[in-house]
Design a protein around this ligand. Structure first.
Ligand code: RIB
Length: 328
C-alpha cells in the first residue's frame, strides 16, 4: 500500500486585500478587492498533494472559531486526511496579505492555533508520522516541534522535505538532516548570512547536512542540487534518512546540480506558489521521478497556480498539470 505524505504544519485563513501597489510604511492606499481564502504553508502543501490524487494526511491545529471549522471543511473537501487535526481553544491562524496588481505580495502571519502545535501533540500522532512515505515541514509552528518531528523521522527512516519559511533561525541540528531543503531567494540569504550564487549556496547547504537542495527563484526557475547516491541520481528521491549527518561535500564532484527553468506565465497571485511547488515536488519524487524531472513537474503546477487567485483555491489538478506540460 502506498504510504501517505504527511504534512506537519500551519493552517491559516488568508485575509487578502488587493491593491494596485503594496503601500510603503506610513502610506494608505485604496484597495481594489478583499477575500478570505484558506491558506497556511502546511495546509497549502497538503492541498497540492491531494490535488494530484496522492494520499496525504495533515497534522496541525485550528482554533474553535468559525475560521477553524471552515479550514477543516476545506481541507477535507480537497481530499486531505484531517482526523489528526486538533481543534483548540482560541483563534485559528490568520494571514493578512497585501496582494499587488503584478501578483507580488507581502504577508503577516499571526499563528493562533498553529503556535500551540507542541511536542506532546506530535507524540500523540507519532505512528502517523512514522508511517509516512515522506514528511513535509515548514516553519509556521514552534521550532522545537519541528525538531521533534525531525527526530522521529530520523529514527523511523522517513525522509523530510523542510521548507524553511518564514525564515527563522534553525534551532536543533536535526533540522539540517532533511532529505530536501527548499528555501526561496530571501530565505537562502537569511540562512547563509548573505546573498550567494546558487552553486555556492547549494554547496553550503549540502555541507551543513541536507541531502538535497532546491533554491526556489520564482520566475527564474529552481536550482536543484543533490548528492548523487551510489545507485544513481533518482534514488535520492525517497532516500533513507541516515541517523548521523552525511559527510560534508568539499566539492561539487558527487553532486548533480542543474537549473530547472520556470514556465512563462502572466501571474495574478503568487501567494502559495512555493507551497504548490513543494507539494508537487514531493509527489513527483514519491512516484519515482528524478529530482530534476520532479522539479519540472512541480514548476508546471506552480506556474498554473499563479495565474489564478487564492493559495489553495488556485491549485490545479493532475490532469491540468499534464495538459499544461503536454503543450510546452
Ligand atoms: O506561503 C503562503 C502562505 O503563507 C499563505 O497562505 C499564508 O497563510 C502564509 O502562511
Amino acid at each position: 500500500m502506498t504510504k501517505p505524505i504527511v504534512v506537519v504544519g500551519s493552517i491559516n485563513m488568508d485575509l487578502v486585500a488587493r491593491t494596485r501597489t503594496i503601500p510603503r510604511p506610513g502610506e494608505t492606499v485604496t484597495g481594489t478587492g478583499f477575500e478570505t481564502t484558506p491558506g497556511g504553508k502546511g495546509a497549502n502543501q497538503a492541498v497540492a498533494v491531494a490535488r494530484l490524487g496522492y494520499p496525504v494526511k495533515m497534522v496541525g491545529m485550528v482554533g474553535e472559531d468559525v475560521f477553524g471549522q471552515a479550514l477543516l471543511e476545506n481541507l477535507a473537501k480537497a481530499g486531505v486526511g484531517v482526523w489528526a487535526v486538533d481543534r483548540v481553544e482560541g483563534p485559528s491562524g490568520v494571514a493578512p496579505i497585501l496582494l499587488a496588481q503584478d501578483g507580488e505580495n507581502s504577508i503577516v502571519v499571526v499563528p493562533g492555533a498553529n503556535g500551540k502545535v507542541d511536542c506532546a501533540y506530535i507524540d500523540k500522532n507519532i505512528e502517523l508520522i512514522r508511517g509516512a512515505g515522506m514528511v513535509l515541514l515548514q516553519l509556521e509552528i514552534p521550532m522545537e516541534t519541528n525538531a521533534r518531528v525531525m527526530e522521529i523521522c530520523a529514527e523511523a527512516g522517513v525522509p523530510v522535505m523542510l521548507d524553511p519559511a518564514p525564515a527563522t533561525p534553525l534551532h536543533g541540528a536535526a533540522l539540517w538532516n532533511a532529505a530536501w531543503f527548499t528555501p526561496n531567494e530571501t530565505e537562502a540569504a537569511f540562512y547563509l548570512g548573505r546573498t550567494m550564487e546558487p552553486e555556492a549556496a547549494a554547496k553550503e547547504f549540502l555541507r551543513r547536512g541536507v541531502q538535497g537542495v532546491v533554491l526556489k527563484r520564482g520566475a527564474e526557475g529552481a536550482y536543484v542540487a543533490s548528492q548523487v547516491p551510489k545507485e544513481g541520481p533518482g534514488t535520492n528521491a525517497q532516500s533513507q534518512v541516515s541517523k548521523s549527518r552525511p559527510g560534508a561535500p568539499d566539492s561539487m564532484k558527487n553532486i548533480r546540480a542543474e537549473w530547472v527553468p520556470a514556465f512563462k506565465v502572466e501571474p495574478v497571485d503568487t501567494v502559495g506558489a512555493g507551497d504548490c511547488f513543494n507539494g508537487a515536488f514531493a509527489v513527483a519524487l514519491m512516484e519515482g521521478r528524478d529530482p530534476w524531472e520532479a522539479a519540472r513537474f512541480a514548476s508546471a503546477m506552480a506556474a498554473i497556480s499563479v495565474t489564478r487567485r487564492g493559495a489553495q483555491a488556485s491549485m490545479p489538478t493532475r490532469a491540468e498539470v499534464e495538459n499544461f506540460l503536454a503543450t510546452r
